[in-house]
Design a protein around this ligand. Structure first.
Ligand code: F6P
Length: 568
């Protein structure tokens, strides 16, 4: 296999570079008038409809992108992932989040061992534990049912589960299962987040789930110690055994922390943090809230897309097409950002989750072989649900910078509302915007159109929309656990496709390490200055000045060892 780091030197890459000039000559208005083209750009799989006809692409572009996929050995790389090869080479790990949602009878090997039975052993343990907690067979230290859960974790140990929880919260089936229960997420080491999470909760009825792949993440461990103190202070230290459980790959550190290893739920180093929502990281807190049967549907939705990704021809393969189009937008048309715009408030945490999956995966500067890249990788992902975003940053998207948009809509609302006398239902009102925005971006509005509308001459430049702004639309049938799983897997695999094409390692994250180690140095300095009055040393002028101000003006921090929990 040719080195993937050379992708930009291949004929396929150069061909696409040259092709940009052809595409620059065609406006999306004209591309959209070709019905044969548009028809070929609508794909339907398992209820999910993808329409990418509003991409600045024609048949030629697609052919050339498929040639790029061949040149990048995309099929072989996808197979390598599904076969458990150690494609995360800098950490010497396979990348098998697909095994987390594989049916019980499937075989997925890592190092010659089928990992699926291990996955199901943990899933069965979660089913059993969550049912015991939910039914009151497992109670807290004072005999009360544990109806509230705080999941402590950050990054991949937080964002995925939060996205799924938020998406399920108003699903009619999930609501029934969650009655009388609360699930909260404590991520930030900011003590305000502790205060917000424990506000209104009684330690007697609260179960804390510490979620950390490594069990060393500074923020999570301090938050875990803080809530351990909250429980111990109220119920005594022996209560920890009943009120704290863990999800981790590091069961030794779980035990050292004081959590009974029997109450720990394992996962494996072949699950990347940001790809871990389908492991116990997400499945445990979500099963506690909604019951395992609902969460199993989420896993099934993701698994359906896994099979599709693995076996569908690239021309009909949702994640592959999405990945190819992203590469076209970023590396050839020069659009570095992407807006994720779900027309569903239930998906309000989808963009924050995809931000991590995408930007931590593909924000790299060297090829998988360590060669500095002569092209940029990764996308700047951001987003808000529609219609809120329309009243926030859409101005820039319509008349400022070109930002390819992903519009995500849902046919059937989780919570239909119809008002007598209104022209349309509330969901139809929302979806009117979902259907209108992509055309506004693609077609724009010309000076001639404005003149016909008698717009005064001085306003014409201000009211003109250039159009020719690409987007794609994904339409889901409903937003239930199954569809949420589908959506997640589509994006996870799309991001993998992009990384495979760019020839990078999408599964490591060395870029987050430097800041962490510098924080260690600051932490030591703060301790030394506060407790022993030591001067600030070893920092540059700027940091020294800021630290001095910080220390001087926060002199009320207690000097003695003592515990202060938030006032709630
Ligand atoms: O921010 C870096 C990171 O390692 C993420 O990749 C990960 O999701 C997060 O920290 C949390 O890590 P852990 O689950 O080990 O606490």
């Amino acid at each position: 296999m040719a080195s993937s780091s050379l992708i930009y030197e291949t004929g396929a890459w150069k061909d696409l570079k040259a092709h940009v000039e052809d595409i620059e000559k065609i406006h999306l208005r004209d591309l959209m008038s070709d019905t044969v083209r548009c028809k070929s750009m609508i794909i339907d799989f398992d209820g999910v409809l993808l329409d990418y006809s509003r991409q600045r692409a024609n048949f030629d572009t697609l052919n050339k992108l498929h040639n790029l996929a061949k040149a990048a050995h995309l099929k072989e790389k996808i197979n390598g992932m599904f076969n458990g090869e150690r494609i995360n080479s800098t950490e010497n790990r396979s990348v098998l989040h697909i095994a987390l949602r594989a049916p019980r009878d499937s075989v997925i090997n890592s190092d010659g061992k089928n990992v699926v039975p291990d996955v199901w052993q943990v899933l069965d343990k979660i089913r059993d534990f969550s049912e015991r907690v939910r039914s009151g067979a497992w109670v807290g230290a004072t005999g009360k049912v544990l109806k509230d859960v705080i999941a402590i974790g950050i990054g991949g140990s937080f964002l995925g589960p939060l996205f799924v929880h938020t998406a399920l919260q108003k699903d009619p089936e999930a609501i029934e299962f969650a009655r009388g229960r609360q699930l909260r997420f404590l991520a930030n080491v900011d003590p305000i987040d502790v205060a917000r999470n424990i506000a209104g909760l009684n330690p007697e009825t609260t179960l804390v789930v510490v979620v950390s792949k490594t069990f060393t993440t500074a923020e999570t461990m301090l938050n875990a110690r803080t809530l351990r103190e909250w429980i111990s202070a109220a119920l005594g230290p022996q209560a920890v055994a009943k009120h704290m459980v863990a999800v981790s790959t590091n069961l030794t550190l779980v035990e050292k922390f004081g959590i009974d290893p029997n109450n720990a739920f394992a996962f494996w180093d072949w699950v990347g943090g940001r790809y871990s929502v389908c492991s116990a990281v997400g499945v445990l807190p979500l099963s506690l809230q909604y019951g395992f049967s609902v969460v199993e549907k989420f896993l099934k939705g993701a698994s359906s897309i896994d099979q599709h990704f693995y076996s569908a021809p690239f021309e009909k393969n949702l994640p592959v097409l999405l990945g190819l189009l992203s590469i076209w937008n970023v590396s050839f048309l020069g659009y570095p950002a992407r807006a994720i715009l779900p027309y569903s408030q239930a998906l309000e945490k989808f963009a924050p989750h995809i931000q991590q999956v995408s930007m931590e995966s593909n924000g790299k500067g060297v090829s998988i072989d360590g060669v500095p890249l002569p092209y940029e990788t990764g996308e700047i992902d951001f987003g808000e649900p529609g219609t809120n975003g329309q009243h926030s940053f859409y101005q820039l998207i319509h008349q400022g910078r070109v930002i390819p948009c992903d519009f995500i809509g849902v046919v059937k609302s989780q919570q239909p509302v119809y008002l007598k006398g209104e022209m349309v239902s509330n969901h139809d009102e929302l979806m009117s915007n979902f259907f209108a925005q992509p055309d506004a971006l693609a077609y724009g509005k010309t000076a001639e159109q404005l003149l016909k509308e008698n717009v005064p001459q001085p306003l014409i430049p201000h009211k003109t929309f250039s159009g020719n702004r690409p987007s794609l639309s994904l339409l889901l049938p409903t937003l239930n656990a199954y569809n949420i799983g589908q959506l997640l897997a589509i994006y996870e695999h799309r991001i993998a496709v992009e990384g495979f094409l760019w020839g990078i390692n999408s599964f490591d994250q060395w870029g987050v390490e430097l800041g962490k180690s510098l924080a260690t140095q600051v932490r030591k300095q703060l301790h030394a200055s506060r407790k022993k009055g030591e001067p600030i040393e070893g920092f540059n002028f700027s940091t020294t000045t800021m630290l001095t101000r910080y220390l001087e003006e926060s002199a009320d921090v207690p000097k003695e060892d003592c515990t202060i929990l938030p006032k709630i």
